[in-house]
Design a protein. Structure first.
Length: 331
């Protein structure tokens, strides 16, 4: 088993981009956690990040962070295409890892990362922050309680317009761009939370001029008759709502559903009831707390988001991209 940590958990952040800044802010809000080190490709950028968040240790390369003896766990915050290499670097240096979503470009990479974590006897988890949000945990309890009967359908979307940045990460095949991996993973994850792994998968995508999926539609089918109708886009704004329909009503998770603070239960024969659960910080505090809990208990995986589910989600996304004939340069 990985070593059990009884003192404050010491964190390092690999990468100093936009999401790393948000994560760092939430780490400073997290009890029994210490933001101890940061690494960037340049020492100057690492120094600026460290000054902003009062981080005592900084590295101008990623190897330095991986080898830092003062770190227990590393948050990997680099672009999608580099997750595999950076996670393996940290695991092989004896560090536990929380890796930003998507975990990898494909299942083959994800399997290699998972096997390496087990071989190194270290904790590894994908940072799907939505999984740990209070409103999602409460939504699961509401569904399990039978408040809307047996659930039959899910509709969920996540779309925004990144068209103003045609040369950015979202549209770059080399960086693992595209709607599915960047935002489609959210409705796919919600479908897994509510229904489990789909038995049938149908999808279509618009492949743009750069070779990435600019938007995609997905239809999942389940042996119990359930269906999930999902949509993702990086070229158009969507409603960003999720609706779960059952034999006795429906639940609307209000926009933006993946980090919402409320959902409304419309149960047959009752007045609508809105459940409000304000989000703390930038929303990363919950996955940080789960990682810290697992490390304190000497766990290799989280029961809420085990590696087996990450692999299953990657498999479904692989199937869809294969049907579109879409591959990344490094695959």
């Amino acid at each position: 088993m990985p070593p059990t940590i009884y003192r404050p958990v010491r964190w390092g952040i690999l990468g100093a981009g936009h999401i790393a800044h948000k994560f760092a802010g939430d780490l400073l809000m997290s009890p029994d956690c210490r933001l101890t080190a940061v690494a960037s490709r340049s020492r100057e950028k690492a120094d600026r990040f460290a000054v902003q968040f009062d981080i005592p240790r900084r590295h101008g390369d990623y190897q330095g962070l991986a080898d830092d003896p003062e770190i227990d766990v590393v948050y990997v915050a680099t672009p999608h295409a580099f997750h595999r290499d950076h996670v393996l670097l940290c695991l092989r240096a004896g560090k536990s890892v929380l890796c930003e979503k998507p975990f990898a470009l494909n299942r083959a990479q994800a399997e290699e990362m998972s096997k390496t974590a087990w071989k190194a006897d270290r904790f590894l988890m994908e940072a799907v922050w939505t999984r740990f949000m209070p409103h999602i945990l409460a939504l699961q309890e509401t569904v399990r309680s039978g408040a809307i009967g047996e659930i039959r359908t899910l509709t969920a979307d996540f779309g925004f317009s990144g068209a103003g940045y045609p040369d950015g990460r979202l549209f770059s095949p080399a960086l693992g761009g595209g709607a599915l991996l960047d935002v489609g993973i959210y409705p796919v994850t919600l479908a897994f939370i509510l229904f489990g792994q789909p038995q049938t998968v149908q999808s279509m995508a618009r492949i743009g001029a750069t070779g990435v999926d600019e938007q995609c539609g997905m239809l999942f089918g389940y042996d119990n008759g359930g269906m999930a109708v999902l949509f993702a886009s990086i070229i158009g704004q969507t409603a960003q709502e999720a609706v779960i329909s059952g034999t006795g009503g429906r639940i609307v998770v209000h926009a933006p559903w993946w980090r919402s603070s409320q959902f409304t239960v419309h149960a047959d024969g009752r007045d609508p009831e809105t459940v409000q659960l304000p989000m703390r910080g930038n929303g990363f505090v919950y996955e940080i707390a789960e990682t810290a809990r697992c490390l304190r208990e000497g766990k290799r995986e989280s029961e809420i988001l085990p590696l087996s589910e990450t692999l299953a989600v990657m498999s479904v996304m692989d199937r869809m991209r294969e049907s579109w004939g879409m591959k990344y340069p490094s695959e």
